[in-house]
Design a protein around this ligand. Structure first.
Ligand SMILES: NC(=O)c1ccc[n+]([C@@H]2O[C@H](COP(=O)([O-])OP(=O)(O)OC[C@H]3O[C@@H](n4cnc5c(N)ncnc54)[C@H](OP(=O)(O)O)[C@@H]3O)[C@@H](O)[C@H]2O)c1
Length: 314
């Protein structure tokens, strides 16, 4: 018993030192899509989610949410920018009405867009998102980017420290259970840490084999900030032929999985939270079917070695 307690204490100590979020005790050893990770504010986030961005796909989102929840997804990522919060909300109402889940079983994230960065704009912007989503709170509210803009999209020059004060108000009002940032660099996160009361719980950033972002991920972990790593897996963006890489194809063959499933597992096995977007029923199911295998640390390293620091925004 004493040895067991020592082992558990050692595990927690290592996680605290490395900044890794501690997995829920009840889930240790049996990772599932709705396995949660504890955030630095004590709340819990499911380690896998559904992305929803795609202006051309807005009419398909309601059905996609239904398929996703039926397939086991419990975490949904949207944003004011995506213009689909109403459809996301309809999908959520459907699955709750059908009795598939209760609202509190779902983890819903939305994001503040750049044109609402003034402190007194933040809570009203969130209330607007909540009205569209038909929800009384979101689980996570993120500043979508550190950049501010005017309604005409010209730069607005509002300091994100001011925006963060509005985010803290949103949390205090209970409109967002957790607050965080997206597309923030370490220096920007550290300015928030130095000048604010609440540390961001999450940084949502670009991570994929062409842009492994190891330093920023490590910096976030050292600050006990969870990394949601959504974009760039599947979207064919310009010069990145990563899906055709023989190394990844061989790993996929070894596990009897698709390349896309290996790329999602790569994210999970780096302790990142993937949120692949699909509105296609088969692909929604394929993407969540990644909890029956793990990559070895060597395979994670091999995939990371493909890094070319190529951002999708290059
Ligand atoms: N914070 C930010 O700044 C930011 C930026 C970008 C994205 N995000 C979030 O992250 C989510 C995902 O990012 P992403 O836009 O880069 O998209 P993604 O999830 O990397 O890729 C989505 C694209 O891949 C297709 N796809 C999905 N699963 C597939 C599979 N198994 N096989 C083949 N194709 C598949 C989808 O088409 P179908 O729908 O037809 O399947 C869609 O065209 C977004 O939806 C959004 O929620 C956040």
């Amino acid at each position: 018993m004493k040895q067991l307690l020592t082992t558990v204490a050692f595990f927690i100590l290592i996680n605290v030192i490395t900044g890794h979020a501690v997995h829920d005790d009840k889930n240790i050893g049996k990772q599932e899509p709705n396995t949660t990770k504890q955030l630095n504010d004590g709340n819990h986030i499911p380690i896998f989610g559904l992305g929803t961005f795609g202006w051309g796909d807005i009419p398909k989102i309601r059905q996609a949410i239904n398929w996703a929840v039926e397939s086991g997804y419990r975490h949904i990522d949207t944003a004011a920018l995506y213009d689909n919060e109403a459809e996301v909300g309809q999908g959520i109402s459907d699955v709750v009405r059908k009795g598939l889940v209760k609202r509190e079983d779902l983890y819903v994230t939305t994001k503040l867009w750049n044109n609402k960065h003034a402190r007194d704009q933040v809570v009203p912007a969130l209330r607007e998102s909540l009205a569209k989503l038909n929800l009384s709170y979101v689980d996570l509210y993120l500043i979508h980017t550190p950049l501010s803009s005017n309604e005409d999209r010209s730069p607005a020059n509002i300091d994100y420290l001011e925006t963060w004060q509005g985010m803290e108000e949103a949390k205090e009002l209970g409109l967002a259970k957790s607050i965080g940032v997206s597309n923030f660099y370490t220096e920007q996160i550290d300015r928030i840490r130095a000048h604010s009361t609440i540390v961001p719980a999450v940084n949502q950033i670009e991570v994929h084999p062409s842009n492994t972002n190891e330093t920023l991920v490590k910096d976030c972990f050292e600050r006990n900030i969870t990394v949601v790593a959504p974009f760039g897996f599947f979207v064919p963006r310009g010069k990145r032929p990563i899906k055709d890489d023989t190394t990844i194809k061989n790993i996929a063959q070894k596990y009897g999985k698709s390349v896309n499933q290996v790329l999602l597992r790569y994210s999970l096995d780096r302790d990142l939270i993937p949120i692949p977007k699909s509105t296609n029923e088969n692909r929604i199911k394929e993407n969540i079917n990644v909890f029956d295998f793990h990559l070895t640390p060597e395979e994670v390293s091999i995939i990371s070695s493909l890094n070319t620091n190529s951002s999708i925004f290059d």
